[in-house]
Every structure is written in structure tokens, then in C-alpha cells.
Design a protein around this ligand. Structure first.
Ligand code: NI
Length: 255
């Protein structure tokens, strides 16, 4: 069955039908969901979802664009949250030079602190990296994050950078963008990377794949992502589903 490795069901876009939508996933072939925190508030909401739904696991962390809110007290809370049973990753954390706020020094400081946390609690990291390829890779390498591993979520760089992460044992998160006609670079990366290091993600409510591009995204759309990966790699759809599920279980430590 499908493993949804990156969703934001805490988002207000799901306020009207969150419960019925999540309860419909299993019948649609989706077995697990990891809901990903992006701030202290959304991490709290993520923890609530993991309590409410048996198949929902959580990642705790603060997105680079939200790091200005962090202080020692909040970081301490995050550390405690990381120890909860259904928390399977630290994320999403990283660098975002597209929005480029707060200033890079603040983003870097909290990226480092959260990588240290991942190493301390021995959980994989979910990395968000936008327009910050070189700095992200340098910092991950310097932090020794290879030890816990993780995923480069919504991978958006080229083959060379993909190779760097694949060599370190990281997974690449593949979502709706791979179905876009103009996503030539990402299609090349998917052709190139071993299927054993790819995982399926939506980043919902954002980034819905074709044929639903522009609409609210949900895990129900992962079939289109898996179909595109199957076509690009010339392997059966079922194989994409089962191998990426196994990859996600291995990465998140879910048996
Ligand atoms: Ni996300």
C-alpha cells in the first residue's frame, strides 16, 4: 500500500473535511501518513493528529522560514516532543533562500540545532532546501547527519546534487512536481536515482500533481506520482508502491 511520507493535514485547507478525508485514505490504498510540523504551532497540531488517528505518525520541527519564532524555551519543548512514541522524524528543517527570511544566519543556527537534535534522539531528518543547494549540503555534511539519514523533501536540484545525497544514504522525496510537463530536471533525477532511495510525498495541501494541478492536494493524488515514477523508470506501478512503502518504513523505523 501507499506510504504518504510528507503531509500537512493540520493546514486550515482541511478544516472542513479533515476527519472524513483522513478516514477515507485506507480504502483508497494509503496505509500510513506522516504529518510534518513546520512551526511550534503546527507541530502541536501534528501531535494531536497522531493521537487521533492510528495510521498518522508525526515529524516535529520548525521550517527555516519560521525559525525567528524559536528560543531556548521552545526548543526545549521541541526536544521533549521528539521523544514521543509516534514521532518518527525531525522536520521539516533546512534552509530557504527563495523567501530568504529570516536572515540566513538565523536559519543556519536553528538548522544546526535541529540537526543536532536529530542526532541526539536518533531520528531521521526531513530536509527542506530551496534555492540553497550548496549551503544545505555543506551543513548536512559538517553536522554528520549521515548517521541518522533522512529525506531531501520535494527534491528540486539536479542529478549531481542528487548523487551527493544518494551516496550519503539519503532518500529523495518525490511529489506532484514530477508530473508537471516542465519538470525536466526532476524527471531526469527520478530516472537516475535507484528506486530503493525514493519515497512518495504530497506536501499537501500544496503541489497537487497533474491532472489536479492547482487544486487542493491530498494523499489521494499519490497514485499519479507513482504512475509517473513507474513510467519514467519503466517498472510496474505496483512495484513503485511496494518498494517506496518499504523505503519509508525503513527510514522512519516503522515495522
Ligand atoms: Ni512540507
Amino acid at each position: 500500500m501507499i506510504f504518504e511520507t510528507h503531509a500537512h493535514y493540520d493546514d486550515e485547507a482541511f478544516d472542513e473535511d479533515r476527519e472524513s478525508l483522513l478516514n477515507s485514505l485506507y480504502e483508497a490504498g494509503i496505509e500510513y501518513v506522516v504529518n510534518v510540523g513546520a512551526s511550534i504551532d503546527t507541530t502541536k497540531k501534528t501531535l494531536e493528529l497522531t493521537e487521533q488517528f492510528p495510521f498518522v505518525y508525526g515529524a516535529v520541527g520548525v521550517h527555516p522560514s519560521e525559525t525567528a519564532e524559536l528560543d531556548e524555551e521552545k526548543f526545549k519543548w521541541l526536544k521533549e516532543a521528539a521523544l514521543l512514541k509516534k514521532v518518527v522524524a525531525i522536520g521539516e528543517i533546512g534552509l530557504d533562500y527563495y523567501w530568504d527570511t529570516p536572515e540566513r544566519q538565523i536559519q543556519k543556527e536553528w538548522f544546526n540545532r535541529q540537526m543536532e537534535l536529530a542526532l541526539e534522539v536518533k531520528l531521521p531528518a526531513i530536509i527542506h532546501s530551496r534555492d540553497a543547494a550548496a549551503d544545505t549540503y555543506d551543513m548536512i555534511k559538517a553536522a554528520g547527519l549521515k548517521e541518522t539519514g533522512g529525506v531531501i523533501h520535494c527534491f528540486s536540484y539536479g542529478k549531481e546534487m542528487a548523487k551527493n545525497y544518494l551516496d550519503m544514504g539519503f532518500y529523495l522525496g518525490i511529489g506532484g512536481v514530477v508530473t508537471f510537463k516542465n519538470a525536466k530536471k526532476l524527471k531526469e533525477v527520478v530516472e537516475y536515482a535507484p528506486i530503493e532511495q525514493l519515497i512518495l510525498e504530497t506536501d499537501c495541501p500544496y503541489l497537487a500533481p497533474e491532472p489536479n494541478r492547482g487544486k487542493r492536494n491530498s494523499s489521494l493524488n499519490l497514485i499519479y506520482v507513482a504512475k509517473e515514477i513507474a513510467a519514467l523508470k519503466s517498472i510496474p506501478y505496483e512495484e513503485v508502491i511496494s518498494i517506496t512503502e518499504q523505503n519509508a518504513k525503513t527510514m522512519y523505523g516503522i515495522k
